[in-house]
Write a protein that binds this ligand. Structure first.
Ligand code: SF4
Length: 255
């Protein structure tokens, strides 16, 4: 659950599914991931973008082994202390892996709560409270999954109300007015395109470095062979994020 939730941050499920299978097959336990070289982990991560997540996940595996005996912790505080784990991911692990009664508030659930239950733009505290109340009456895993699925299948940015299972008591559908999901808590803005983006260029270089160290000019050419300032900017960004080390005219994955 933790691996899939980290992968699903900012990457669509269709791209995540095959990589998740390979990842879990290669690293079936936190200890196996903690022991793996970062370059190898990044190689497996290639295609998902935002490779910093892979670095954080491996760092989390190290913490899980060193502080929690190799088992993913089951409290909000301990989960939030893992590198790269935020409130959404921590609550998703609590609900889906440990069946704890916490609401999982992502962009899909956020739209459903704002439209169907509140017909109001929600702040984070109110949205989380509504989500927690909703799951308190049954299986947290099933109710959270249902909420996320309604958001993904029906209550999309452009809602498909026909056939929505919440249609008969959805407040926004009954009352009308401006879309309350706009800028409501948990509801994200549309992601910029991945193809041609800096994210894609970062992933391309990290993937190439998985095979070994590269000459700096070669690394810049892999990022962008026609726009040198952009290539330099992307390279500097990766170095500043601690993903790569640039020294003596060569580039490698950071230790
Ligand atoms: S009826 Fe329409 S607006 Fe209401 S929850 Fe369903 S899809 Fe969303």
């Amino acid at each position: 659950v933790l691996v899939s939730e980290v992968m699903l941050q900012q990457t669509p499920v269709a791209r995540v599914t095959p990589v998740w299978r390979d990842f879990i097959g290669t690293y079936p336990t936190p200890a196996s991931l903690a022991d793996a070289p970062l370059a190898e982990v990044l190689q497996l991560w290639s295609g998902l973008g935002y490779p910093r997540r892979a670095r954080n996940l491996r760092a989390s595996a190290v913490v899980i082994v060193e502080r929690h005996g190799g088992r993913v912790p089951s409290t909000l505080e301990e989960l939030l202390a893992l590198p790269g784990v935020g409130p959404y991911t921590a609550r998703a692990v609590l609900a889906f892996a440990f069946a704890q009664p916490v609401g999982v508030l992502d962009t899909n659930a956020g739209r459903v709560l704002a439209r169907a239950l509140a017909n109001d733009r929600l702040g984070h505290a109110r949205a989380q409270q509504l989500a927690d109340e909703l799951v308190s009456g049954g299986s947290p895993s099933v109710i959270n999954q249902a909420l996320l699925d309604v958001g993904a299948q029906h209550c999309r940015s452009l809602p498909r109300c026909g056939g929505c299972p919440l249609g008969s008591f959805c407040l926004w559908r009954k009352v009308g007015g401006d879309d309350p999901a706009q800028r409501s808590a948990g509801v994200s803005r549309p992601q910029p395109r991945y193809a041609g983006s800096d994210r894609e260029a970062r992933g391309r270089l990290v993937r190439a470095l998985g095979a070994g160290e590269l000459d700096r000019d070669r690394a810049l050419a892999i990022i962008d062979g026609t726009d040198r300032p952009r290539a330099e900017r992307v390279l500097s960004g990766l170095a500043a994020d601690g993903m790569i080390a640039v020294s003596g005219g060569s580039v490698r994955v950071a230790d």
